[in-house]
Design a protein around this ligand. Structure first.
Ligand code: AMP
Length: 226
């Protein structure tokens, strides 16, 4: 069997991480594993971890490391025969260390977006608190303004996405992410991309992955995911 390929994508809220991840998944046939989506599935299914996680997500806080690792590592174990791109995990050094002991990564993509750009994007972000679904009034608006597409319930703007709290929140993200980035840089697998536009970053990410992912693997993965 060809070698499997494991990648992580790091980036602050509003960095375009979700968009890049979706493009990687469809262009290279990697499984896109999003910790946020996985948490939302657990919240919807009212699992023990989901019920616990919900209280943190509603406050805009990080879910504690032990809850995250207990959720994510078994999920990764189910994926031992697949190549994947992990999005949203690890977010802290403790999570990165837990991931290290579970598997070996090939590439870490880090999105380094100017603070002004992130502020502008997040100002327009609204969420549906019960499910954690996120909308952006500019790029990804709900079908009906102010209302969740699925439940029809009202959307709210996080205290944290309001302009006054945003800068503090992004700084906090940076502080928590720095040791994670440093760890991957020291391992020699970190690839950092900086720009204000996702469409300008994508060609660089795509050519990096084209060089790193063997073509036979990309073809095989695409065949199993479609
Ligand atoms: P996301 O969809 O990645 O923005 O995640 C939504 C929310 O889930 C975040 O605001 C956090 O509260 C929580 N979350 C997702 N991934 C993690 C993680 N690796 N560690 C802690 N909390 C997380």
């Amino acid at each position: 069997m060809s070698k499997l390929f494991r990648a992580v994508i790091l980036g602050p809220p509003g960095s375009g991480k979700g968009t890049i991840s979706e493009r990687v998944a469809s262009s290279f046939g990697l499984q896109h594993l999003s910790s946020g989506d996985f948490l939302r599935e657990n919240i919807a299914a009212k699992t023990e971890a989901g019920v616990l996680a919900k209280t943190y997500i509603e406050k805009g806080a990080l879910v504690p490391d032990h809850v995250m690792t207990r959720l994510m590592l078994p999920r990764l174990e189910e994926m031992t025969r697949h190549s994947w791109l992990l999005d949203g995990f690890p977010r802290t050094l403790a999570q990165a260390e837990a991931l290290n002991s579970a598997c070996e990564l090939d590439v870490v993509i880090s999105l380094n977006i100017p603070l002004e750009t992130l502020k502008e994007r997040l100002r327009h972000r609204w969420i549906h608190p019960a499910s954690g679904r996120v909308y952006n009034m500019c790029f990804n608006p709900p079908r009906v303004q102010g209302v969740d597409d699925i439940s029809g319930e009202p959307l709210i703007q996080h205290e944290d996405d309001k302009p006054e709290a945003l800068v503090a929140r992004l700084r906090h993200y940076k502080d928590v992410a720095k040791p994670v980035i440093d760890l991957y840089r020291a391992k020699g697998i970190l690839h950092m991309f900086s720009d204000t536009e996702t469409d300008r970053i994508w060609p660089y990410v795509s050519s990096l992955l084209s060089a790193k992912i063997p073509t036979d693997l990309a073809d095989a993965q695409r065949a199993t995911t479609h």
